[in-house]
Design a protein around this ligand. Sequence first.
Ligand code: SF4
Length: 384
Amino acid sequence: MLGLYIHVPFCAKICDYCDFHAFSAPEWLQLEYLDLVSREMSAFADSHPGAFSRVETLYIGGGTPSVLSEEALARLFAIIADCGVDFRALKEATMEFNPESCDEGRVSVALGSGITRASLGLQTLRGDLLRRVGRQHDVATGMSALELLTSRKGLRVNADLMFDLPGQTLGDMLADVDWLTDRPLGHVSFYGLKVDPTRRLGRRIARGEESVDEDLYAEMYLRGVEMLEKKGFLRYETSNFARKGEESLHNLNYWQRGEYLAFGPSAHGFFEGVRFSLPERYAPWREYVKNGCPESALSLDTVDPEDEVAELIQLSLRTKYGMPLETLKNKGYAIAPEAIERWVSRGYLECVQGVIRLVGEGWLFMDSVVLDLYANCAIYSNLE
Ligand code: SF4
């Protein structure tokens, strides 16, 4: 399956923990960005005729795509369609919204242009916690945005919830999950705060002005998952939970090593066996587009068979579907049985009918399990 990702690098305000490429931008810069995206996508369409007509999922992320004005959004959708994407044929078209810019007008433009799924950056329903991490919106705005999105017919809705925020108790987190899972939405992304020491929040923590209880991380994740699942939102990826049939097809494609095109500063893609990254900052990306999008300005990584095996283990184990050992064998590789057994005996992994999957607290130790399995993976004939 071929996906299409477009990165909109603008936000109303930069959150204190954010490590994405995003900044606040005046209207003229938004217009310049649209012109550049249009040129970038057209250059790709010219060099890869017919590629855009094969796109099956679209994801407009950021940043905050919903900070674009209604006119700018309409222009972005027109650019995508002009390049050959057939919105009526898409299996899924997602756009990210933040509560402060999620209004009737923008939602109508998005729906009218073919968006079928909205992802809302709600994060928490505690106003003091939103302020402590520097979010722009307040609780009332978050709730109204969610109500607006879930009231629109034909629109599938995800909400992001964060846990292990500074000052957040287990009870606060469970109250968030409880409230949210009573709303008519189909998907929740539930992820722990990552503190980057170079960002405002990280610096406040380093100065002792703020603190995060890291010991609560594991308990919050496990208790949050328990409540999500009890309320019908089943984990299909380490941080993603969906009611039946509400999984994100676009994101599943990433984890299943499907191809996806990517445009906009700092976007990453995977196409024709090559992983690529666009220039990370806005100014170098603008130069790249103005120079006609030369491949030499991209960071390129051709996926060789060994990389493929590493990706397969890493990405498959993120999901509930796990990894069939046969898939590795077909590529000429196998994991030493004693390595699998080591994690199975600890209750972190299961191996059922030749498929390995994380279970229980194994989800918390995903990185260690993946690294160990990969370290014990070898060319099949060497293990016989
Ligand atoms: S809204 Fe998201 S992308 Fe924008 S600053 Fe906050 S965390 Fe970063």
